[in-house]
Design a protein around this ligand. Structure first.
Ligand code: ADE
Length: 228
């Protein structure tokens, strides 16, 4: 299969670099793409940069390659209290937490004319669950929130948890990648691992654990690819 793996930051790509022979295609704008082979799959690894626009650009570029699946991996801040640093979240669905067109009858988080939530296909969710069970990591299946905000306060975490039932973690790219995949009809899933509490000192924790989080999300992803 042809698999596109989109990561925001270099720190979140490390595990792929360690396990794959990645050949750079060069940089378009700020987006770097690498080709690699893994377990009979053709992989395209993409570094998209941080935030919704950067991830949209990268996802649109890689969508032109006709991947069978698009996977977004990386770090996230914890929103559900019981998510610990290093835990993996398998994105059953992703949605924006910073979109608001409610005066026109849309849900909070919904972009007009688009679904409120981008659901991952069941076979992908099941496949990733199966893959994580063979690791020593903790994983949860749940909702991942995306927005152009680095979440760094208890008040915001509580508001997100109460406003978006089932939210497990927050990051800055996943729903944008899923929206592009939705528009191109490409199956897509977001896999994140917790780097910080999204509360006070989130930036300090993030700096310390972004590599671990990127690695855990990547590990589950490569394990998943072994079995399909
Ligand atoms: N990615 C990792 N940690 C994050 C946070 N606290 N907020 C948004 N995106 C993140």
């Amino acid at each position: 299969m042809k698999i596109a793996i989109i990561c925001p930051m270099e720190e979140e790509i490390g595990y792929y670099r360690e396990h794959l022979d990645m050949k750079s295609r060069g940089i378009i704008g700020d987006t770097e793409m690498w080709d690699a082979e893994y377990e009979g799959h053709e992989l395209i690894i993409v570094r998209c940069g941080i935030g919704k626009v950067n991830s949209t650009i990268a996802a649109t570029l890689v969508a032109q390659e006709g991947p069978d699946v698009m996977i977004n991996t990386g770090s996230a801040g914890a929103i559900a209290q019981d998510r610990q640093i290093g835990d993996v979240v398998i994105g059953e669905a992703t949605m924006y937490h910073d979109a608001d067109s409610r005066p026109f009858g849309y849900e909070l988080g919904q972009v007009p004319s688009m679904p409120a939530r981008y659901k991952a296909p069941e076979n992908l969710v099941e496949g990733f669950l199966e893959a994580y069970r063979n690791t020593d990591l903790n994983a949860t299946v749940g909702l991942i929130l995306s927005g152009d905000q680095f979440i760094h306060s208890v008040e915001k975490v509580n508001w997100l948890y109460e406003t978006f039932p089932g939210a497990q973690c927050a990051e800055m790219e996943g729903a944008a990648v899923a929206q592009v995949a939705y528009k191109f009809g490409i199956p897509c899933i977001v896999i994140r691992s917790i780097s910080d509490t999204a509360s006070q000192d989130a930036e300090v924790l993030f700096e310390e654990f972004v590599v671990t989080a990127g690695k855990n999300a990547a590990k589950v992803t490569l394990d998943y690819l072994k079995h399909i």
